[in-house]
Structure formats: structure tokens, C-alpha cells
Write a protein that binds this ligand. Structure first.
Ligand SMILES: [Zn+2]
Length: 324
């Protein structure tokens, strides 16, 4: 049995997900090979323009105020130290921007392309900013040469992954949004003796300070636990429960990786901030695990929504877990 306190704790997570469809403008739109990073970049710039009205300091630096939506979403800072076994991890951003069409880089005039956004916790209060920014980045243009595209439709996604209702069309925004009920994500599973995990986008799992290309179960689980607990802590004001993580991780070490069909996928992104190319590789493929998986199921079910590993804000670390 899974401790009901853990289930209650995990059910506090608040998630909303939507997919925005654009129509490429008269010159078409060409995107680089990993689009998540492009979307993330332009998104941050435009978000700052529309949402940050903070004063500047002596050296021209922006002094973000406490209520600045941009500062909260893109530069979340800690009010207090996260004092638990997870250590001094970097603070997660409360959003994921996932590309939907990574294999296609050129979109002809009038062709559609889309981007998927997931928001967590308090960032859901700023959903109107996100929609407004989505509209704006289309006008401003994507990629090199500022290729314009028109935001046509935005659909909410429900807990089954189906499109639910349209929240934007014809310059009109919906005022009410139903968030995903995490009770519907965390569901009992009949057979908990084997699972198959699919690493859909490059998943950057770090263990003992190194990136690994062997997705041992406990490494996957540790990553999921770290991700979910820190989202709950920083973006839902949830204190970390008094969970025996050591025991949880120890039990996870007993789960066997019986088949690993993963490869290391390297991609490069140009960082405007650091003015250099960065390599952001991770594993893609699938792995099969066997053992007593029951205690880990809620964590894995949520991890499908939160992603795992590093650089999740551009859509890396997307996983699907199939219960065999
Ligand atoms: Zn600001």
C-alpha cells in the first residue's frame, strides 16, 4: 500500500496544459532543429516586455519587485532555503514549453505548427499573460529574420491528453480555465511488477554529478521525486512531507533495469545569454523495469506531466510510462 499522506501531498500539484496553433505567415517559418529552445528564448523576451514594469537601478539593471510576474516565472528566487535531503538544487521554473513538431523545420505559408505549454501551481494565475505573449510572439516573429505567424487557436488539454475546449480564438480569450485534477492523473494500477518507460525527448539524468546514459530505475525515480517535490515546494507553498526518502530510494535500487533501448541524443543550442553553443544531450528510447513498483507509481504518473532531469523548461525529459 502507498501511504495516503504521500498521495494527498502529491495531489496538491496543480497543472494546466494547453496547445497553441499558429499559421505561418507569407514567408513561411523556418525553425532550428530543437524548437523548444527557440520558443523558450522568444517567450522570455516578450514576457519581460509585457509583464515587467520594474524600476531600473544605478547601473541600468532591473530591480524586480515582489509582484513582478516575469521575475516570478522566469527568475524564481527562493525566500528561504529548501532545507531537506534534496540539497541546494536549482529552483525549478513553473512552466514547460514543448515543441510539437521537432522533425519538421520549415513551415510553408499558411501551414500550421504548434507549441505546448504546461503551467504549475501559482503560475496558473498568470495564464492570461502566457496567452497574450503567445499572440505577441507570432506578431513579432520566430527564429532568424523574424518570420511572422498568426496565433489561431489555443486548446486546453485534459488529464487524458485530449483537447478539451478552446481558450483562445479570433483575439478572444476565455476567462475561466479548468485545471487538471491531479486525482485523475494518480490512478491505481493493477499489475505493478513491470513497467516500460519511454524517454521521448532527450532526458538529462544526472547521478553523482555525471550525466548518465544508463537509466537505472532509482536514478529515474530520484529525478522524478526531486522535480515534483521542488515544484510543490516553490510553486505551491507545500512543505515537504516527512517522507522517508532514503527508504524510498533504497527500495528503488531493488528495481531491475531488465532491458535498456536508449541512445544518447546530442543537440546544440545557442545561448544568447552566455553567447556560446551549449551541448544539451540526453537519452531517448525506452527501458523496461521489473520489481515491486507499487510505491513509485504516483511519482511516475505525475512525472509524465512534470518531465524529469535537467532543462525541462524547453521540453526536455518528457517521459511516458506504460504499466505492462
Ligand atoms: Zn520585473
Amino acid at each position: 500500500m502507498i501511504d495516503s499522506a504521500i498521495i494527498n501531498f502529491l495531489e496538491e500539484i496543480k497543472i494546466i496544459q494547453f496547445v497553441a496553433f499558429y499559421k505561418a505567415g507569407n514567408n513561411g517559418v523556418r525553425l532550428p532543429s530543437y524548437q523548444g529552445s527557440t520558443f523558450r528564448g522568444v517567450f522570455g523576451h516578450v514576457f519581460k516586455d509585457v509583464a515587467c514594469t520594474c524600476p531600473k537601478g544605478k547601473f541600468g539593471e532591473i530591480i524586480h519587485q515582489e509582484n513582478c510576474p516575469y521575475a516570478y516565472i522566469f527568475e524564481t528566487r527562493s525566500q528561504s532555503d529548501m532545507n531537506n535531503l534534496l540539497g541546494t538544487e536549482e529552483i525549478p521554473r513553473p512552466f514547460i514549453i514543448s515543441p510539437e513538431n521537432s522533425n519538421q523545420q520549415y513551415f510553408a505559408p499558411n501551414e500550421r505548427f504548434s507549441v505546448r505549454i504546461t503551467l504549475f501551481g501559482k503560475s496558473i494565475n498568470y495564464i492570461h499573460y502566457f496567452l497574450y505573449v503567445l499572440f505577441h510572439i507570432g506578431n513579432k516573429g520566430f527564429g532568424k529574420g523574424k518570420q511572422q505567424a498568426e496565433l489561431r487557436q489555443v486548446f486546453l488539454v485534459n488529464e487524458n491528453g485530449d483537447f478539451q475546449n478552446q481558450i483562445y480564438s479570433n483575439h478572444k480569450m476565455e476567462q475561466n480555465f479548468t485545471i487538471i485534477n491531479s486525482k485523475n492523473i494518480i490512478q491505481p494500477v493493477k499489475d505493478t511488477s513491470a513497467i516500460r518507460a519511454h524517454f521521448i525527448t532527450p532526458t538529462r539524468l544526472k547521478f553523482n554529478g555525471h550525466y548518465t546514459d544508463t537509466p537505472e530505475f532509482h536514478i529515474v525515480l530520484r529525478s522524478a521525486v526531486r522535480r515534483i517535490t521542488s515544484l510543490l515546494y516553490y510553486h505551491h507553498d507545500q512543505r515537504i512531507l516527512d517522507i522517508d526518502f532514503k527508504k524510498l530510494f533504497k527500495n528503488a535500487e531493488e528495481v531491475k533495469l531488465v532491458q535498456s533501448d536508449v541512445e544518447w541524443y546530442d543537440w546544440e543550442r545557442y545561448s544568447n545569454r552566455q553567447k556560446e553553443r551549449m551541448k544539451l544531450g540526453g537519452i531517448v528510447g525506452k527501458a523496461i523495469y521489473e520489481g515491486d513498483l507499487e510505491p513509485f507509481i504516483p511519482w511516475l504518473q505525475l512525472a509524465e506531466w512534470t518531465h524529469i532531469g535537467k532543462n525541462t523548461t524547453f521540453g526536455l525529459g518528457k517521459i511516458k510510462v506504460v504499466f505492462e
